[in-house]
Design a binder for this molecule. Structure first.
Ligand SMILES: [Zn+2]
Length: 367
């Protein structure tokens, strides 16, 4: 099917999503139906921590893992090197375990070799584990492409005990990345844009994005408190499900909009360029709401939620204090280069975006 020029819509999702405390010990059960030989790409840090448990779980179901530590950048040569290390042996599946890099490395190998891929995120800092997207970089750590798997991940395995044990700033970033998805899907549906599958959004994706937002508003504060205490609670489970599953399904099937477009500018400018993606999106959502002309009370309510959780709602909090008009114009100009700008009820231009940023800075100061 050719994206963008078809009637109807595509809905895509992982074949399985497994979440709960201790879930990593059931990895072997997830992998066994895919075949006996598996390439397992693991963060070095995570390999030290979990290598033995991964091996035991695989051994229980007769899966033979070829385990590779991966700590570098996701470049095409790095992926070629991982494949060369297989010495001509073609595994039945690829698994990525750890933060975003190991997962994207496994996805990139899977894309190149035509393998099913299983993602096992040990932090919840964004929704990439659920999606088909692979962020590719050059050696200077600049993103050069977003490749896409032909099939969504075969399975996503999320051990909430590991998520709870990780530094809470990762979960906060994940919440920031997830909160915007309702408003981005609504914008895509109201506008004329398409989802990452290349079609207009279906109502299912839009509904999931809405559920994502409502779940985070309801369980966010208590879930973050649980994560700070290192405890797995029902609130934390809800927050992780919203952050990894609902957010990923929401954007792939509902579409992205102005919030994600703003990262085009944020990755270029002083200070903000070093902020985590999810922190950038937390702030960018508020700019989208301002650009859409939502009333002050609505935006102040969302700012209040950001304040309660510790999410950024000013440029200063993103690492860009005392932003000048020229810097704000630079963010707005780069934003206009994004492909998601048709995904809004009313079109915006750089002047509207710059005005929205200034409006947010004013509201945030008086929230
Ligand atoms: Zn994102």
């Amino acid at each position: 099917m050719t994206p963008g020029d078809m009637q109807g819509f595509i809905f895509g999702a992982p074949h399985r999503y497994c979440q709960g405390p201790g879930m990593i010990d059931r990895l072997g059960e997830v992998l066994a139906p895919l075949g006996a030989s598996t390439l397992v790409v693991v963060d070095g840090f995570v390999l030290d921590l979990l290598g033995a448990r991964i091996a035991v779980s695989c051994a229980k179901t007769g899966v033979t893992p070829a385990i590779r530590a991966f700590d570098g950048e996701i470049t095409y040569p790095a992926i070629d090197a991982l494949i060369a290390g297989l010495e001509g042996q073609r595994p039945d599946a690829a698994v990525g375990i750890g933060g975003g890099k190991a997962l994207d490395a496994a996805k990139a190998v899977a894309l190149k070799l035509g393998l099913p891929v299983v993602t096992v995120p040990t932090i919840a800092s964004n929704d990439s584990p659920t999606s088909a997207a692979i962020a590719m970089y050059d050696d200077a750590h600049t993103m050069i492409a977003v490749d896409r798997l032909h099939r969504s991940p075969e399975a996503v395995v999320v051990d909430t005990a590991l998520i709870a044990a990780a530094p809470v700033r990762f979960l906060l970033a994940g919440i920031g990345d997830a909160l915007s998805k309702k408003f981005e899907a609504d914008g895509c549906l109201a506008g004329t844009g398409v989802t990452p599958f290349g079609t207009r959004p279906g109502l299912t994706g839009v509904a999931i994005a809405d559920a994502c937002y409502r779940t985070l508003r309801r369980h966010g504060a208590a879930g973050v408190a649980a994560a700070r205490a290192g405890k797995v609670t029902a609130d934390l489970e809800a927050v992780v499900e919203a952050t990894l599953l609902m957010s990923g399904l929401g954007f792939e099937n509902g579409g992205l909009s102005l919030a994600h477009s703003l990262t085009r500018g944020l990755v270029k400018v002083r200070g903000a360029r070093d902020a985590p993606h999810g922190d950038q999106i937390a702030w960018a959502l508020l700019v989208q709401l301002a650009a859409e002309g939502r009333d002050d009370a609505f935006i102040r309510d969302v700012i209040g939620f950001h304040r309660e959780l510790g999410l950024p709602f000013t440029l200063a909090a993103l690492g860009m204090p005392d932003a000048t008009a020229a810097e704000i114009a630079e963010i707005a100009d780069w934003t206009m280069t994004a492909p998601h700008l048709r995904n809004l009820a009313a079109p915006v231009d750089a002047a509207v975006i710059a005005a929205a940023i200034k409006r947010l800075e004013t509201l945030a100061g008086h929230a």
